[in-house]
Design a protein around this ligand. Sequence first.
Ligand SMILES: CCCCCCCCCCCCCCCCCCCC(=O)SCCNC(=O)CCNC(=O)[C@H](O)C(C)(C)COP(=O)(O)OP(=O)(O)OC[C@H]1O[C@@H](n2cnc3c(N)ncnc32)[C@H](O)[C@@H]1OP(=O)(O)O
Ligand SMILES: NC(=O)C1=CN([C@@H]2O[C@H](COP(=O)(O)OP(=O)(O)OC[C@H]3O[C@@H](n4cnc5c(N)ncnc54)[C@H](OP(=O)(O)O)[C@@H]3O)[C@@H](O)[C@H]2O)C=CC1
Length: 515
Amino acid sequence: MSMIAAFYSGKSILITGATGFMGKVLMEKLFRTSPDLKVIYILVRPKAGQTTQQRVFQILNSKLFEKVKEICPDVHEKIRAIYADLNQNDFAISKEDMQELLSCTNIVFHCAATVRFDDHLRHAVQLNVTATQQLLIMASQMPKLEAFIHISTAFSNCNLTHIDEVIYPCPVEPKKIIDSMEWLDDAIIDEITPKLIGDRPNTYTYTKALGEMVVQQESRNLNIAIIRPSIVGATWQEPFPGWVDNLNGPSGLIIAAGKGFLRSIRGAPMAVADLIPVDTVVNLTLAVGWYTAVHRPKSTLIYHCTSGNLNPCNWGKMGFQVLATFEKVPFERAFRRPNADFTANTITSQYWNAVSHRAPAIIYDFYLRLTGRKPRMTKIMNRLLKTVSMIEYFVNRSWEWSTYNTEMLMSELSPEDQRVFNFDVRQLNWLEYIENYVLGIKKYLLKEDMAGIPEAKQHLKRLRNIHYLFNTALFLIAWRLLIARSQMARNVWFFIVSFCYKFLSYFRASSTLKV
Ligand SMILES: CCCCCCCCCCCCCCCCCCCC(=O)SCCNC(=O)CCNC(=O)[C@H](O)C(C)(C)COP(=O)(O)OP(=O)(O)OC[C@H]1O[C@@H](n2cnc3c(N)ncnc32)[C@H](O)[C@@H]1OP(=O)(O)O
Ligand SMILES: NC(=O)C1=CN([C@@H]2O[C@H](COP(=O)(O)OP(=O)(O)OC[C@H]3O[C@@H](n4cnc5c(N)ncnc54)[C@H](OP(=O)(O)O)[C@@H]3O)[C@@H](O)[C@H]2O)C=CC1
């Protein structure tokens, strides 16, 4: 019997960010392994024209929850969706709901965040810092609370190269930042943002670091732990391999490469690609929840959920395997044949940007205009290049995260728990994982049918022929222009033509003699 699964039985659990990538996988695993848990409260806001109830309904009826519904048929009754907006005071939770949350909650998993790299500092602070502070204040009023688990990121201290499982202070106190966001106007915030974030690349990593400081400062006598995952990718094993439902991290770029838009990234092929499957993060999170509640460590423990030091893969190897998978399972209706690479050199990268990204987009838009359609490729390309520029920081560097606490926890688990809540990335086979990841993107994100693979392959063949034709035409035009302008080029051309003529004449004569 799994001790961790047994621990969550009968418990009331509060999850923020349950509608997000990690939150959904966390809920799924909880219901699948501890079907007799009491209730999961989730803080949900209405979005994209859907009410909170509709959003929950959609999640429970998705492919991800198919297994859960077999094991825990009353799953609908065990989810309590509470209307909440983490940007509002008291999260806009009603008095009755707040009362229930405060009096019943046993465990809190705080996953909600803005993960956008380019978010305005005011919004990023509100969600990643102020909301965390408010949630901790709520947690301190929960008499039955056994553990509070905060999800941060391994990149909260990406300004360092070696990162230990400790909280590194930021120069300006989070409380001062929170206060200043209330009275500074947007223009001034824009001006001071680069100074505040310092040598971090974006507001996301900065505010996640502030969030950790808030957790430390507001911890009071709570049992708290912090989890720092690196780049979270599709599921490795559970509930099935390759599940992913958003474009964050590598997923969007894999689509862009598979559809032939993305041909080159300025990145170091030998830099460590510190990816971590989402089910591994969730397994560690649940194990940490159990350990924090049962063993009550004296101080707030931080757990790195990374792969680089235990089972490293680099960007070059990852890119190679992604492209190899496209050969077997191409995406449908590609713009160009997938052929992307990491380029360490800035000038080479700018060259490829001009030749392989901007020029084809301009040519295609010209073609769309000629055929009376609305041009759109330049816009798509600009968006893609913006995304690429935002991730360049992360694919040009390697980090070393120590994993003492994570390894200590692994050794504390029973063999059964090590199996059911496996977070040992040493067992991960990268080639297999990446192949499943690309397949998962095709199935669950692009919703493409496997029956369409032969047609997709045919389409790629047509694109290859168009590519050859285009290159030949381009060469002939260039050559014709050169011949018209240069005596030297003309001489070379006549020399080649006369050489070919002589060779053919000799070949014809010798074959006639043989007869
Ligand atoms: C060379 C071999 C090729 C093989 C491929 C290999 C790929 C390797 C890639 C490596 C990736 C490395 C990533 C490192 C990240 C480390 C970060 C640390 C980890 C974390 O803790 S946080 C989680 C990561 N967070 C993110 O990934 C969020 C990133 N997104 C953003 O910040 C913004 O969305 C972005 C990119 C700034 C764009 O903003 P904006 O222009 O305002 O656009 P929208 O967000 O409104 O979206 C518009 C439109 O674009 C679609 N979209 C969004 N994101 C992506 C994306 N990443 N790729 C493609 N398309 C994307 C979005 O759905 C919208 O579409 P609509 O149709 O709805 O308009
Ligand atoms: N994905 C990754 O690569 C990594 C993620 N992390 C961390 O993991 C955690 C989860 O990330 P992930 O699941 O990927 O992120 P997602 O963007 O998929 O999910 C974010 C969640 O936060 C919720 N949320 C955002 N704003 C509000 C709001 N105002 N009120 C209520 N809820 C809100 C979202 O709700 P809604 O659906 O309504 O928008 C969503 O449920 C975050 O803390 C992130 O920093 C760490 C490392 C890497």
